[in-house]
Design a protein around this ligand. Structure first.
Ligand code: JFZ
Length: 442
């Protein structure tokens, strides 16, 4: 009797243990498909892309998604599409602007939190074909990207305050009774398949993962679905729950997405900072634009931290990008024409960046970015096991370099005209510097 009770309680314990284990794995959730290493390398080599936030809301000049039910009454916001007629939209002009800026990819808000779709989707009427404009914006951009050899990416929101099957409408009324997440996830899958089949994006940029109805399990399910449709797809980390700035075993997605700030130097997981050229994501009249020096430093500091920069522009309601922004981006492109070797295809480090200094590396070269080149003498920490054989500015002026046991001393000649935005100095080492562990600058 005693023995039997023991046996039963042991069996029960074992059973509970097994149930616990299977739950820890998640019920019926298979392991996530592996990250495609080549796609990630190709993506991270691009270093600089254009984010585009656009939609009917630009008619009001308020923030996309977020101003619905705030600065713009819901009915008004949801009716803006009836007036949306960006007759001056020219996909080639946008992509050419990105190209001339030295950008290598674009990401367009095909659907933001307001639920409006910039492509002729079969799954909701709330799309570009219901506007007076009636042209496939996403399709036109995909085509122009092909023409200019720019990689094409798509932003797709997880939360959707317009769609009835999504339980939150951001109307202050909490969870709507007509919400149905199974239906909503099916809606997402249908649209995502449509986007992939029709436009072949290399990257999907998810967002809006923080609301209560969304779970990590939904994220994993969609991730697996996407990778089945296209194993080479790159997916950001806002498909699962959790912190945007890190990537861990718990993340759903291939890279981290710090927002409006430069990510920290890190050689262990890929990241991309998204940062606006003005303040608002979507177009705002007379929005304050960042000075050129800040734009270029942001790019150098991002590359110096081993990340990509997705730099955001909000085009106007008539379809054009602002002339002052186009000009500013072109100036970034001019800087990149001279200095691109220090950005594209490089790794961040080996020196830790600070507010006026960054380093990047490729092969046996280290690129030193001086964001405030007033100092003519520069001391860097010696790199164990590596000798610097030669130093010169990226424009070709030789720089005298001496090494001792603890430091590398650089004397910048007066003849070198500093670049007010970022003066790049090349150090040539006697071997590859790509695997040097990150170290303090001096
Ligand atoms: C998100 C979007 O909401 C925003 O409109 C833009 O598209 C940007 C790239 O990504 O930004 C966020 C993300 C999270 C919060 C706010 C804005 N949040 O948690 O409060």
């Amino acid at each position: 009797m005693r023995n039997n009770t023991k046996r039963i309680s042991l069996l029960c314990g074992l059973l509970l243990c097994l149930i616990g284990l299977s739950h820890a794995q998640g019920p019926n959730v298979p392991a996530l498909p592996a990250v495609n290493k080549q796609s990630m390398k190709d993506f991270m080599d691009l270093r600089f892309g254009m984010f585009i936030h656009w939609g009917p809301v630009t008619l009001r000049g308020t923030e996309i998604g977020w101003s619905r039910n705030r600065q713009v009454a819901q009915n008004d916001y949801d009716s803006l599409y009836k007036e949306f007629d960006p007759v001056l939209f020219d996909a080639d002009a946008w992509v050419k602007t990105a190209k001339d800026a030295g950008m290598k990819y674009i990401v367009i808000t095909a659907k933001h939190h307001d639920g409006f779709c910039l492509w002729p989707t079969a799954y909701t009427k709330y799309n570009i074909m219901q506007t007076p404009f009636k042209k496939d914006v996403v399709g036109a951009l995909a085509k122009a990207c092909k023409k200019y050899n720019i990689k094409f990416g798509i932003y797709y929101t997880v939360l959707d305050w317009y769609e009835r099957s999504y339980p939150v409408h951001n109307d202050g009324k909490g969870m709507a009774p007509d919400g149905d997440m199974n239906k909503f996830v099916q809606y997402m899958k249908s649209q995502l398949k449509e986007l992939i089949d029709n436009y072949h994006p290399f990257l999907l940029w998810f967002d809006g993962n923080w609301e209560q109805p969304w779970t990590n399990e939904y994220g994993k399910d969609i991730y697996a679905y996407l990778k089945k449709l296209d194993p080479t797809l790159v997916v950001n980390n806002r498909l699962g729950k959790g912190d945007h700035v890190t990537l861990s075993d718990q993340s759903v997605g291939d890279y981290a997405t710090p927002e409006q700030k430069i990510g920290k130097l890190n050689m262990s997981f890929p990241w991309e900072s998204c940062i606006t050229i003005c303040n608002q994501w979507a177009w705002k009249p007379n929005d304050a634009m960042k000075p050129l020096k800040q734009c270029i430093s942001t790019l150098a500091l991002t590359a110096g931290g081993n990340g990509n920069l997705l730099f955001n522009v909000g085009p106007m309601p008539d379809g054009r990008m602002e002339a002052r922004q186009v000009k500013q981006l072109k100036a970034m492109g001019d800087w990149l024409k001279q200095n691109g070797a220090s950005i594209y295809g490089t790794l961040g480090g080996p020196f830790t960046p600070d507010s006026s200094f960054a380093s990047t590396r490729k092969g046996n070269k280290i690129y030193i970015h001086l964001l405030n080149a007033s100092n003519k003498h520069l001391t860097l920490a010696a790199i164990p096991g590596v000798h610097i054989q030669k130093a010169y500015s990226i424009t070709g002026t030789p720089i005298s370099v001496t090494e001792n046991a603890t430091s590398i001393e650089l004397q910048i000649p007066d003849t070198l005209v500093a670049d007010a935005n970022d003066t790049v100095i090349v150090l040539e080492a006697d071997k590859s510097v790509e695997d040097i562990p990150v170290m303090a600058r001096n």
